[in-house]
Design a binder for this molecule. Structure first.
Ligand SMILES: [Mg+2]
Length: 226
């Protein structure tokens, strides 16, 4: 019996993007007050390298938090980020980012929450996925909002899936992971004993349950729950 539905964020509940040039300008301006003088163009490059560095960490089953993220970027320019302004820098990333939520999201979440416990499980080094859901009024549908930086372990590591089902108080096989990444969401979930639904663009060769739109999810879950 399916008791919980766990959602990925980016590419699943919403599409997001970050204009790192604008963010880098704002961060460089802010850092001047800390006597840190850096060229925003260098900072943007350092951030891009840090995004790459973070993906390499994922291969090792490790996630960064925002302090580690900014510190690695500034470290490239031989500065340390003052720990007390990390939240402020993170807020700049949040404010400049773009988000577009999946169609009919409110209706889908409302429907599903009548039958299942809902949770978020996002690979994130910052608060943004949780903050976006809360700020747009979707947070109330979720029993748990989990970001990988909370425990320092990203998907597809089975430990973060087990952490999530433990929080929800369900067995792994009673939970379905819904996501757009075959590697992180689907293989990760299956490896931890959960069920999985792929949000598919129509091009993957995944033979398991898949949907193209979130609005197809309630019917699909009923067909899986036999
Ligand atoms: Mg995703």
């Amino acid at each position: 019996m399916i008791r919980a539905v766990i959602f990925d964020f980016g590419g699943t509940l919403a599409k997001t993007s970050t204009p790192w040039d604008t963010v880098s300008n704002r961060i460089a301006e802010r850092l001047e007050y800390e006597d840190i003088k850096i060229d925003p163009v260098d900072l943007e490059e350092a951030i891009n390298e840090t995004i790459e560095y973070r993906y390499q960490h994922h291969q090792l089953g490790l996630e960064l938090d925002s302090y580690q993220f900014f510190n690695h970027a500034l470290g490239k320019m031989e500065y340390n980020v003052p720990v007390d302004i990390t939240d402020e820098l993170e807020q700049m990333v949040y404010e400049e980012g773009y988000v577009s939520f999946a169609e009919n999201l409110e209706e889908v979440l409302m429907n599903l929450s009548e039958e299942y416990m809902l949770a978020l499980l996002s690979n994130a080094w910052l608060e943004a996925p949780r903050q976006l859901l809360r700020d747009h009024g979707y947070g109330r549908w979720f029993k748990a909002l989990i970001c990988s930086y909370d425990i320092g372990i990203p998907k597809p590591d089975p430990r973060i899936f087990r952490h999530t089902v433990d929080l929800l108080g369900v067995h792994p096989q009673e939970a379905v992971m819904v996501g757009d990444s075959l590697e992180a969401d689907i293989k990760g979930a299956l490896g931890a004993g959960l069920q999985a639904v792929l949000i598919d663009d129509g091009f993957s060769d995944w033979g398991g349950p898949k949907i193209m739109e979130l609005s197809e999810l309630p019917d699909l879950l009923h067909s899986m729950d036999v």
